[in-house]
Structures are given as structure tokens and as C-alpha cells.
Design a protein around this ligand. Structure first.
Ligand SMILES: C[S@@+](CC[C@H](N)C(=O)[O-])C[C@H]1O[C@@H](n2cnc3c(N)ncnc32)[C@H](O)[C@@H]1O
Length: 506
């Protein structure tokens, strides 16, 4: 099977495109905003710590979507949900009401049930969460898995040392990974993950009296405990790509090695910056990744290209015959491929994908070299930023700013260009791109009067303002500037090639 990367909501993509019993291993790490005051999340009341509680509410709100999910589960028209899941969700709703926490739990119940469907009978599921919601998730997992022969295997504590501390309670230094299998018989390659024996606890050191040892030792090493000490990725970690919730490759390496074999299919339905898919690829597994934000898709494409070569994600086409000589190593789905799809993305009425059209256009037009303006609320007229290296007046190297502004209106007046020029002056930017959904010949004509930017370093001249429509983009127009690599959002992933044994060089 070819690797697949889906841009869009995981529920929809799992339902439409992933067949029953086709996946060997699934790992998910859904967003939760869990570093919150627990009582706020549970009670959804009070004034204390409002800002933090708000961040949770921003992510999970009881809205039409949550209500529909609740009704879908409790009505259970097609008998897709187990009776236990239906009763559990009804009961939790009585306890938690129509709260953000309940919105999170119905969303997870839908997706966990869908993941159960796609898992092979020998398949394994790892759900990454933390103690804020792990107890609720375990109830859901039990209702989906254990009610029909599935097995709760482990609650794995991923322990780490870095980060802050509080004087009110013990430092919270672990995440929870809940490990379930669809059946008693499942893949568990324990010899792939045996560890050298080095316990920090005296009580775990094997005591040898005479020829008897209190802890049975295997000359290969020990079967790992259910607590794993793996350092969290610090900002300076080599692996770090600048994605806030990026997980260490070592964590995924252990899971993938123990619960799948070469050639197996690994699924990550919340794949973020692609840790699971990158490790799966390196370990010679097939994979399916899904993410709802284009920034993630863009980062994953770049991560795969940096790790496995430029042509990993692209078809190699013979220039003369136009035939594909070497197909890309992945199938990308859900990314707009024509004007109609771009219009659909721009008009999507889904709060979770606010500004996705803008992000897709900026990142695709810049070949993933621009940065997205993350500012919430008003964006100051800036949707994306990139930098070009040039000389300043004193002939010193200097980074010059480029601004991207995206507009999806059907008619736009030249005021839009004037606003962009104003923003450029304020931001001291040298070039501005106006990216429009519809063709805007009036603006293209007007943009000419703003002149050119002359690069001293490269000797080229570029229009100061350029108007690019979605049609231009699909006709092959791309950012043609030598933008500076060193300050791109994505730090180049270390070039890693698959070696014969599939061993990682971490
Ligand atoms: C915590 S991050 C995952 C990080 C990932 N484990 C890594 O190491 O990079 C969660 C991801 O889930 C994605 N996401 C949230 N809701 C989603 C949904 N309904 N469908 C698909 N992806 C979703 C977010 O865009 C985000 O990238």
C-alpha cells in the first residue's frame, strides 16, 4: 500500500477512505490543552485561572458539531456504537452537562470507535493523553474495546524531567499512553525493545544470592516497564521542528517497533508535524497520516523531503513524454487540486478550520517556505511572512521582509492594494504578495505602478507588489524569490536514510 497523507478532519477521512480491518497499529495524540486547572475543566465554572480555562474552551466547545456527535452516539441508528459506549456517553452527559469537557469526550468516542473499526484483529491502539482526562478516556476505550474482546494492556507513563514546578503539588512530569489491543492475540515484538538493565531504584537491582537471582534477567536485556524515561524535546533538541506539541521520535520508535512489523500499516489520525509517519517510514512500515491543519501537512511534507529526499513527495515526470518515471512515495488527499476545491476550502463553515484557505495558499505558493501569521483575531493585514537575504545601505547582509496577504472576496477594489502598501511601510517590508481566490485583472493592472524591488545581492529585480490568483497558482506560478532558509519555520530535519537494518541513529 502506498503511504497516504490526508488533509482534513480525521473522522470524515477515516469513514470515507480507510477500510475495515486494514491497520496494524494506530497511535494518536489529540489536542487537549491539558496544562489547565483541572477543577476549571471539570466544573466549567469559577473565576480562578480564567485565561487557562479559556484555552481549553477555545479548543473544545459544546456547539452544533458536539451536539450532533452526541445524538449520533446516543441514537446509535446503525448500531455502530457498542451498547456500553451509548450508556457511558449518556451517563457522562448527565454528570458533565453540555460542557467543553463533554464536547471533547463525544468527539473522542466517535473517533476511537472508528479506529476500532479500521484496526486489524491483531491490531494495537495507543492513545496519548495526560492525567487530566485519562480516566474518562479509559472508560471510553473500555466501552469500545473490552466490550467485544479487546484487551486493556497497559497504562504507560511517559516520564520526563524538564519544565517548571509548582509549590502546591508534586511536579507533574508524565504523560499517559493508554495501550489497548483488539484481541488477546496481537503483535508484540518484545525482543525489539528490550532494554539494558540500569535501574535507578535499589529495590529493582537484581539481588544474587548464591546462584539465585531475585529478578529474572534475559541476556538480551529486560522487557521495558510500563514507565518510560524519554527526554522531552527541548527547544534546542536536534529533532525539534518548531511544532509546539511535537513528540520525541524515541517514543514512537518504541511503540512502532513493538507493535508492528516491517510492511505493516501504521495510522496516526492526529499527526501534527509527522513524528509517527517519519519514524514509520524509517522503520519500513506503510503509513496513513491525517491532520486538519494545512500547517501540519506542509511541515510533514517538508520533514519527509528533508529526511528521505526531495523527490519523496513528488512524482518524477519525464520532460518529453510527460510520463511519470518514478511515482511519489505518498498519496496526498484533501489538498485543493483545482479552483473549485480552493473555493470550497475558502467557504468552509467550520470554526476548526478558520483561516485554512489563507494558510494553504501562503504555504503552497511559497513551497512551504513562508511562515503563517498566528496572531489571533485581527491579523493586521498579514497572513504570512518570508524573508529574503540582501545587502543593506552599508553593504552588510540583511534580512528583508516579504508580506503575504490573502483575500477571498469576489470583487476587490484597489483599496486592498493601498492597504497592503500601508502595511508594508509599517512593517518595513520590501515586497508584498496579494493572493486572491478570484482573478483580479483590475488589481494586477494597478499593482504595476508601485515599481520594482532591486536585489543588490542577487542582481534581480522583482515587482514590489504582485497579485497572484488561485488560477495563476494552478497554472504553476510559485514564489520565485531566493528566500532565506535559516529562518524558516521548519528547522531542517536531519537527513536520515533508511539503513538496511532499519536501526535508528537517535
Ligand atoms: C498534539 S498534536 C499531535 C502532535 C504529534 N504527535 C507530533 O509529534 O507532531 C494534535 C494534532 O491534531 C490535529 N487535529 C485536531 N483535530 C483534528 C481532527 N479532527 N482531525 C485531524 N486532525 C486533527 C491538530 O491539527 C494537531 O496537529
Amino acid at each position: 500500500m502506498k503511504n497516504q497523507l490526508f488533509y482534513g478532519d480525521n473522522l470524515e477521512n477515516l469513514q470515507k477512505f480507510v477500510e475495515n480491518e486494514s491497520v496494524d497499529l494506530c497511535y494518536i495524540d489529540p489536542p487537549f490543552n491539558s496544562k489547565r486547572n483541572y477543577n476549571q475543566i471539570y466544573n466549567n465554572v469559577g473565576t480562578e485561572d480564567k485565561a487557562q480555562a479559556q484555552a481549553f474552551i477555545d479548543t473544545w466547545t459544546w456547539n452544533i458539531m458536539a451536539n450532533e456527535a452526541f445524538l449520533e452516539i446516543t441514537n446509535n441508528k446503525n448500531g455502530f456504537y457498542t451498547p456500553q459506549t451509548v450508556i457511558l456517553i449518556e451517563g457522562l452527559q448527565k454528570l458533565l452537562g453540555n460542557s467543553p469537557l463533554m464536547a471533547y469526550l463525544v468527539s473522542m468516542a466517535q473517533r476511537i470507535s472508528e479506529i476500532y473499526r479500521v484496526l486489524k484483529p491483531t491490531g494495537s491502539f495507543y492513545l496519548h493523553c495526560d492525567p487530566t482526562a485519562s480516566h474518562y478516556l479509559k472508560l471510553i476505550l473500555d466501552s469500545v474495546f473490552c466490550s467485544r474482546g479487546g484487551v486493556f494492556q497497559n497504562e504507560i507513563a511517559w516520564c520526563y524531567g524538564s519544565g517548571g514546578a509548582s509549590k502546591e503539588h508534586f511536579s507533574k512530569k508524565h504523560d499517559v499512553v493508554l495501550f489497548y489491543t483488539k484481541n488477546k492475540i496481537h503483535t508484540f515484538n518484545v525482543n525489539e525493545v528490550r532494554e539494558k538493565y540500569s535501574s535507578p531504584h535499589k529495590s529493582m537491582t537484581p539481588k544474587v544470592i548464591g546462584n539465585k537471582s531475585y529478578v529474572k534477567m534475559n541476556p538480551l536485556g529486560r522487557i521495558p516497564f510500563d514507565w518510560w524515561q524519554i527526554p522531552i524535546l527541548t527547544n534546542s533538541a536536534k529533532e525539534r521542528l518548531g511544532y509546539p506539541t511535537q513528540k520525541p521520535e524515541a517514543l514512537l520508535e518504541k511503540i512502532i517497533k513493538v507493535s508492528s512489523n516491517e510492511g505493516d500499516v501504521v495510522l496516526d489520525a492526529y499527526c501534527g508535524c509527522g513524528t509517527t509517519v517519519a519514524v514509520a517510514e524509517r522503520l519500513k512500515r506503510s503509513w496513513i497520516g491525517i491532520d486538519i491543519t494545512y500547517q501540519s501537512i506542509s511541515l510533514i511534507i517538508k520533514r519527509l523531503e528533508d529526511s528521505f529526499g526531495e523527490d519523496f513527495t513528488k512524482d518524477i515526470v519525464d520532460k518529453e513524454s510527460k510520463q511519470i518515471i518514478k511515482p511519489a512515495n505518498l498519496k496526498l488527499s484533501g489538498v485543493p487540486q483545482d479552483f473549485a476545491a480552493a473555493v470550497a476550502l475558502a467557504n468552509k463553515e467550520d470554526d476548526r478550520v478558520r483561516k485554512e484557505f489563507e494558510k494553504w495558499f501562503v504555504l503552497s505558493f511559497s513551497d512551504n517556505r513562508a511562515m503563517i501569521n498566528e496572531k489571533k483575531g485581527g491579523d493586521d493585514g498579514i497572513d504570512g511572512l518570508a524573508f529574503i537575504l540582501d545587502f543593506d545601505e552599508k553593504n552588510q547582509q540583511d534580512l528583508k521582509k516579504i508580506i503575504f496577504s490573502v483575500k477571498s472576496g469576489k470583487t476587490l477594489s484597489t483599496n486592498v492594494i493601498r492597504d497592503l502598501v500601508g502595511t508594508m511601510e509599517r512593517e518595513k517590508a520590501v515586497i508584498g504578495y496579494l493572493l486572491t481566490l478570484y482573478p483580479m485583472p483590475n488589481l494586477v493592472k494597478d499593482s504595476g505602478r508601485y515599481g520594482i524591488y532591486q536585489s543588490k545581492m542577487f542582481g534581480h529585480s522583482y515587482p514590489k507588489i504582485e497579485v497572484i490568483s488561485v488560477d495563476d497558482f494552478f497554472a504553476g506560478k510559485r514564489l520565485a524569490l531566493p528566500t532565506n532558509n535559516s529562518i524558516e519555520v521548519l528547522k531542517k530535519a536531519k537527513i536520515k536514510t533508511k539503513n538496511i537494518t532499519g536501526k535508528l541513529d537517535l
